[in-house]
Ligand binder design. Sequence first.
Ligand SMILES: [Zn+2]
Ligand SMILES: [Zn+2]
Length: 382
Amino acid sequence: MASSTEFDYYEFLGVERDASNDQIKSAYRKAALKWHPDRNPENKHEAEENFRRASEAYSVLSDAQKRSIYDRFGQAGLGNAGGMGGAGFNSTVFEEFQDILGDLFGVDDVFGGGRRGGRRGARGQRGADLRYDMSLGFEDAAAGVTTQIHLTRRENCESCGGTGAKPGTGMSACKTCGGRGQMAYQQGFFSITRTCPACQGTGQVIRDACASCRGVGRVERQRNLEVGVPAGVDSGTRLRMPGQGEPGVNGGPAGDLYIFLEVKEHPFFERRGSDLYCTIPVSFPQATLGATVAMPTLKGNEDFEIPEGTQSGQIFRQKGKGLPNPHGGKGDLYVSVRVMTPSKVSRDQRKLIEQLSQSLKVENKPVERSSSFFDKVKDIFG
Ligand SMILES: [Zn+2]
Ligand SMILES: [Zn+2]
């Protein structure tokens, strides 16, 4: 395809005739950014034409040989070679465009996905990340645990090393793309290169398929992996196991495995971050006179002194008896005391309580509206 209209390459890019390669590259980037059809939806045709011109100008001026021909003879000297997709079109220009435009637009397939597998040796593609959901007991999450997980994932075939070729047989050039790994399509004004679907950009295809994987190069495998869960994790914590995802393509790195944790609830500990909350029942005499009661902690029961005159709902902080914080330090344990009222009393007990009632007078006036457990903790302990 010859260029549709003559135009001056230097003038179009807005550079001097003795501009350096860097100046030309930078001018091209600017023009491509300005005229990219995606950025000019209202005047798409004009944008396409200008984008094509910028690319044509750049393809010539970035090539020392073509540039010197152009300087002496103009477009005529280049024949079709100057036009995009012409007979003399240098296909590496597109790869270069991708490199330039890729970071310009934050995408890696401006020209249709060729970047993942270029003509030159096919750049590696990273393997997919995998997700594994793990349910964890409260104590295991608190203390940390090393556990086994069982998962099925795709891995490189051991027989062929992931190539898909029968061991001992080689590869041959892909017939679909002629070994280039990319195919050029004409789309409107654009010549677009795409990764060859037959060889995925490698330019090579297997001659005889590996029997183990039927030429795919990947096989499903059951794996047991050991996972070290650090102490103090919570529901929503994600553990990353680098390189334990699916294998990469064309020598690309493997993906990662992400383990999403779900921590089961505890029968009496409630958790907020690294802090623990629990309520222990005491009798009216214990609360009145003080007592030693059993207080649950993560490491079993501990003796806990209830002071004389403890009120129902009073909260005691046990510093450092909460959960370990995965980022360091330890949370606290908050113990709320609840004075239990007997729902049934014997005849003798009733008599004693009636006696007590005569000597203990409480003014029955409403108490202040009580706030929640957590608010109280905040009020008292900051
Ligand atoms: Zn195989
Ligand atoms: Zn191919």
